[in-house]
Design a protein. Sequence first.
Length: 216
Amino acid sequence: MKKKNTFLIPYFFLLLSLLFNGYFVLSNLKNMTATSVHDGDTFTLGNGERVKLMGVDAPELGKCGSEEATHLLTAQVKGKLVRIKEEKRDTYGRRMGLVYVGNTLVNEIILKEGFARPDYTKNNKNEILKAAYKEATDNERGIHSTLCKHLSPTPPSLSCAIKGNIDKATWDHFYHLPTCRHYNQIVLDEDIGEGFFCTEQEAIDAGFSLAPDCLR
């Protein structure tokens, strides 16, 4: 009887090892499954950690295109197992990286569908992400369509005709009065917070300053 029990010991440890491995596999599956989506470029994992898509800057909540971007990311990741490559922490302490569901690069999808702008964080998929963004702009998808981009915007009223515009090269915020030289050439991209103001003080309070080409 003693010999028989000794013979079973290796099988006991094998079973124990399988149970432990199974537990860790299931735990990892849960931890790396997206449980909720915050906005168009950020979601939460089963372990409570937030993940930011590297190289992707979707509209902030409440701005034009934010709802559509959030729906798109939700369809891509919620309830699905994700892999994060080239991971690092952003300035808010969130995990950030190239996010894959299977072989699909989610970062690329959000840009290609036109619901984000690139933030040019260095990674080995930069060229792919740039190409995805160019495809979206060339085909006027998402925020690059009339949904958020207005080439000849009409003020909501004659008393609210001041245009708030952001220089894409410097990110300087300027407001343009109807008397400003380039007023009629100003295109408004509402996904980044450009729009109309009723008074100069309102524009200044929002962080805009008078455009240098404006005449007094």
